[in-house]
Design a protein around this ligand. Structure first.
Ligand SMILES: [Zn+2]
Length: 334
């Protein structure tokens, strides 16, 4: 990162906590739990993950790495490590998502996972000043688990949990299997929480429309293929839905946008949709929130003022309590 980009206050709303884990942290935690991770998920020199295509990454590599994370202490370590790295890059707010699905992968209890993350968030705030909150996510590849995931999310309403998400490999019209459980969590959580879902990432505008129709969305994860439908763009603006755009992740995962030149980040911004910048799975993709801001500057020509406006979008669209948002906005220079 250049000093100018590093100095810009940043905020991130789309990052999966398991996806933040670097190979070094993954090995350290697995060793602590006496788990032997398959060495084939790492590169020869051990500094990055090794994968053969996006599906291989999110199924085999992701699952194997997450298998080692079993205790509250593990999630405290992961969260603290990630938030400190973000603070070092100038981030003032991060809203990571966790998933009840992790409990199936490693056997950790839902309460331990949430408590561990919350402790990491508290320690990072104390040591660096960075603010953070959590969202919880349903997983598209487990439609049969929607109701049991809803039960888990409703079983422990930690005050740091401020929103709900649906993530995972996208299929056309796949939200229908989650609609009932998702709405049940929103209704029964006992206080208002925000609503977001990954959509229009791998599947085109039809899934953007479907997400708007089925869920009371405040934000859409990725949403990059909404650019293919001008009416949908107008609808997003009308409903004040923010798109959580993840440039590096998108060029790896979305075949329509194989490089930055073809990616619609600039077009979305110029169309007037509220967007923010995100790293999605930075440990896996070898990126960071700072790097995504740098990419927006270098590859898409975003000025420092435009990047600041993007941070303001993110704070405004975050699900943090109002008093926290106000304090964060004060930390952004005019
Ligand atoms: Zn994501």
């Amino acid at each position: 990162m250049t000093p100018e980009i590093k100095a810009i206050p940043k905020a991130e709303l789309h990052v999966h906590i398991e996806g933040t884990v670097t190979p070094e942290i993954a090995r350290m935690i697995a060793k602590r739990n006496a788990i032997d991770l398959d060495p084939d998920i790492f590169s020869e020199d051990g500094t990055s993950y090794k994968w053969n295509g996006f599906i291989d990454l999110v199924t085999r590599v992701y699952q194997e790495m997450a298998r080692g994370m079993k205790t509250a202490e593990d999630f405290e370590t992961i969260m603290y490590d990630y938030l400190c790295r973000c603070a070092e890059e100038g981030a003032i707010y991060v809203e990571p998502s966790g998933s009840p699905g992790q409990c199936l992968v490693s056997g950790i209890s839902y309460k331990d996972m949430v408590d561990g993350m919350a402790r990491g968030m508290d320690r990072a705030r104390k040591d660096t000043g960075i603010e953070s909150r959590l969202t919880m996510t349903f997983e598209r590849h487990r439609p049969n688990g929607a109701e049991s995931d809803a039960e888990l999310i409703l079983s422990y309403k930690h005050p740091y949990i401020v929103g709900l998400d649906i993530a995972g490999g996208e299929q056309e019209g796949d939200l229908v299997a989650f609609e009932q459980s998702y709405k049940r969590v929103l209704e029964e959580f006992g206080r208002p929480i925000g609503s977001r879902a990954h959509a229009a990432e791998n599947i085109g505008p039809v899934n953007g429309w479907d997400a708007l129709k089925r869920l009371p969305l405040n934000r859409m994860g990725h949403g990059v293929r909404c650019i293919e439908d001008a009416k949908l763009i107008q609808e997003l603006i009308k409903r004040d839905v923010t798109l959580e755009v993840c440039p590096t992740s998108n060029i790896l995962a979305v075949k329509e946008f194989p490089n930055f030149k073809s990616h619609p980040l600039r077009k979305l911004f110029n169309a007037g949709v509220s967007i923010c910048l995100n790293s999605d799975d930075p440990g896996l993709f070898g990126t960071s929130i700072g790097n995504e801001y740098q990419i927006a500057h270098d590859e898409f020509g975003f000025s420092e003022d435009e990047l600041l406006a993007i941070t303001r979008n993110a704070i405004a669209a975050s699900f943090a309590p109002q008093d926290v948002k106000e304090k964060l906005l004060l930390r952004i220079a005019p």
